[in-house]
Design a protein around this ligand. Structure first.
Ligand code: NI
Length: 155
């Protein structure tokens, strides 16, 4: 179990673009384990590698179906946009109304390196787009409009 500190706004690692995962090895396994431990501890529904200081295209999420891992995610197709409230573990205390595609088709690799393609809609689509934004160095602070401050528990 290794819960790592979550980087917050102002940390340059959150602004840089991530490089793709090229090798499935032990250090990747450790990274995935640390990311999931950190996400569940927060708690959050999703986490991207730069949030623990690693510039790799790795996301983990759990939207009620157990831990999922996606490497090198790419959005292939998206549906109409809808606005919804969003917070981010790296932007504590801030909640914003952000327009996101209501469904997306994504391709990437699972933790074993198998190619996968998946469709997500509603909340799941929002979580995925949020995490994929992190891999491009984009934070919610650059999007949408602020909502009144409150305690935010989810990504
Ligand atoms: Ni976030």
């Amino acid at each position: 179990m290794a819960i790592r500190p979550i980087r917050t706004m102002g940390d340059p690692v959150l602004k840089s673009k991530c490089s793709p995962v090229e090798k499935i090895d032990e250090s990747l396994e450790r990274l995935i384990k640390d990311m999931s431990d950190t996400m569940y501890d927060a708690p959050g529904v999703g986490l991207a590698a730069p949030q623990i200081g690693v510039n790799k295209k790795v996301i983990v999420y759990d939207i009620g179906e157990g831990l999922q891992v996606l490497l090198n995610p790419e959005i292939l197709e998206k549906g109409e946009e809808e606005e919804g409230a969003e917070g981010c573990l790296s932007v504590p205390g801030e909640e914003r109304a952000i327009k996101r595609a209501s469904w997306i088709r994504v391709k990437g690799l699972d933790e074993k390196g198998n190619e996968i393609e998946k469709e997500f809609s509603g909340f799941a689509a929002r979580v995925l787009q949020h995490e994929i934004d992190h891999l491009q160095g984009r934070l919610i602070i650059q999007k949408g409009r602020p909502l009144p401050k409150k305690e935010i528990e989810e990504e």
